[in-house]
Design a protein around this ligand. Sequence first.
Ligand code: MEV
Length: 438
Amino acid sequence: MSKSVQGFSKLTKDEKIEWVTTNFTQDPNAAKALLKSYWNSDSKLQRLHDEFIENTLTNHYLPFGVAPNFLINDQLYTIPMTIEESSVVAAASKAAKFWKDRGGFKTTILGTEKIGQVHFIFDGDSSKLWEFFTKIKPRLGEDASELTANMVKRGGGITNIELRDKTNDVQGYYQLHCTFETLDAMGANFINSCLEQFAKTLKNEAQHYTPFTEAERNIEVVMSILSNYVPNCLVRAEVSCPVSELKSSAVSPEEFAQKMVRAVQIAQAEPHRAVTHNKGIMNGIDAVVLATGNDFRAVEAGIHAYASKDGKYTSLTHARIENGQFYFWMEIPLALGTVGGLTSLHPLVKVALEILGKPSAPELMQIVAVAGLAQNFAALRSLVTTGIQEGHMKMHLLNILNQLGATEVEKKELTNYFKKNTVTHSSVVAAFENLRNN
Ligand code: MEV
């Protein structure tokens, strides 16, 4: 067999597995058996998963858990989370319980605007292009009306189309900067279809626009694509309570509040810390985004761009103490959907949305933002008091023991032992070997 292949996608799943395991694994039979052991016994369900992507060999499991007790705008939620990092769900649950006893989380939708752009090159007199755009602007919407009819019926659609001159950045570069309301859909397909139609109309109309010269008629469309930077699709999540209620076993409430504020100030000032600080926020956000079948790469890209919107990468969260009250909040852009895409295909996603009470997209934005804020609160609380490793390593202990192949009896014994001893990778290995040898 060869390590390069032609027509791989046309092979059957078994043939693909055969080719991959024979070429790339030391024990092809074992690898084959392992890959197949992750197939779902329900062949219909397996086929559904096979067809999500090309060249599927098997399924890749991640834990699907829930963090209960999230009080958001006076309503209780149990939040589904899909994530492999051991401490995330526990931290979310702890933060949820903490804030439930202090009034819960409050959230506000600040906007739901989605964005897409047609990037094109126009070689000519820019004033003529502006006149041309004014003339064809209604036509752009009309030509897309078949695509937008359903969305318009439900109250959404194209909200604006602007011509933008970007010739200072790239020679001849202009764009149609378009905004959309996509309601409960994330809207990627809708937006991209509209943009491709705008591009067609733009090119066609230019070809018949008599004030243009021959060169000007030849508009070159470079690409038409939605933007994952959606600074006006924005949600705010916040918590607050009297400083005196910020009880923590390690330090006084006043010291705790001040340390929290300082930790946020450091993340605001220092990009190295800001990235890790925001990564902690994304632990909560990605887990809910993934569980609810949304595009976590889009969310990640958009949120990190937002974190650097003022020219420097900074903290997404803010904290202050005022008149004895502690305030902790965050505003983030989130383009999410609760209809269409994976949300109507993946059975687990459907259950996740059901657990959340079948939220609208704006409701889901609020839930996801709260998961992010809660996660940051939990991380900072550990960091400024006991340190992160205590909790992390306790959760990690089971992972290490599983890797070492500990039996249930050994796990029980070692979990007891590490109640009084510090968990490090080497201390767990040593204690495990000690137990086995005795
Ligand atoms: C680990 O996944 C996340 C943290 O590093 C976040 C933080 O430092 O704020 C604990």
